[in-house]
Design a protein around this ligand. Structure first.
Ligand SMILES: CC(C)(COP(=O)(O)OP(=O)(O)OC[C@H]1O[C@@H](n2cnc3c(N)ncnc32)[C@H](O)[C@@H]1OP(=O)(O)O)[C@@H](O)C(=O)NCCC(=O)NCCS
Length: 157
């Protein structure tokens, strides 16, 4: 099976937050951001696998910063690790105040796991991942460790 680099499937999704996405205090609902993350991660996973994918897991979802109506939310998704049919995507969300010169800041991040499905809906193998930077290699090793730990926990049941 062919190999694919992290940059070949990277995906970015941005959107200005509207009042309908927020609570009465003007803070955006967490679920709105999680949906954007899932969409952005799903695009990158499909780009990597070149087939349909489903979300199976969300790990380490952590909100560092509130997001307000009127701010630009920028989701960034990269394949962090691939198993045989599963792919873990690192998704980072930044917020930018369009009325100021301040740079966008990280508001939250998480790892979303997707599984590639063939046309019958069965899990299908995905291309190997080509790592291009030391940071990608580091994240890959951490995610691989967790993946193998989970597999061995499953197998011991
Ligand atoms: C994804 C799905 C088809 C996998 O079916 P399955 O019978 O568990 O298949 P397998 O046991 O062969 O597992 C396939 C892969 O999924 C991974 N996987 C399954 N459940 C997982 C979980 N909860 N967390 C992480 N990975 C998981 C396995 O580790 C395996 O990865 P690998 O091939 O890289 O080693 C099935 O669990 C499913 O349909 N889940 C619901 C998905 C869904 O509806 N999502 C929301 C809508 S998008």
């Amino acid at each position: 099976m062919s190999k694919k680099s992290v940059s070949q499937s990277k995906s970015v999704l941005s959107q200005v937050m509207l009042p309908s996405q927020a609570n009465p205090g003007g803070k955006v609902h967490g679920g709105e951001i999680m949906k954007m993350m899932d969409t952005c991660g799903g695009v990158a996973a499909m780009r990597h696998a070149k087939m349909n994918v489903v979300t199976v897991k969300v790990d380490e979802l952590e909100f560092f910063q509130p997001i307000k109506v009127g701010q630009l939310v920028i989701c960034d998704a990269e394949v962090a690790f691939v198993g045989r049919t599963s792919m873990e995507l690192k998704i980072t969300v930044k917020v930018e105040d369009l009325m100021s010169d301040s740079p966008a800041i990280v508001a939250l991040s998480a790892f979303f796991t997707y599984v590639a499905l063939d046309i019958q809906g069965n899990p299908h193998s995905v291309p190997e991942l080509v790592l291009e930077t030391d940071e990608q290699r580091e994240i890959f090793e951490v995610r691989k460790h967790r993946y193998l730990e989970k597999k061995s926990a499953f197998n011991s049941y």
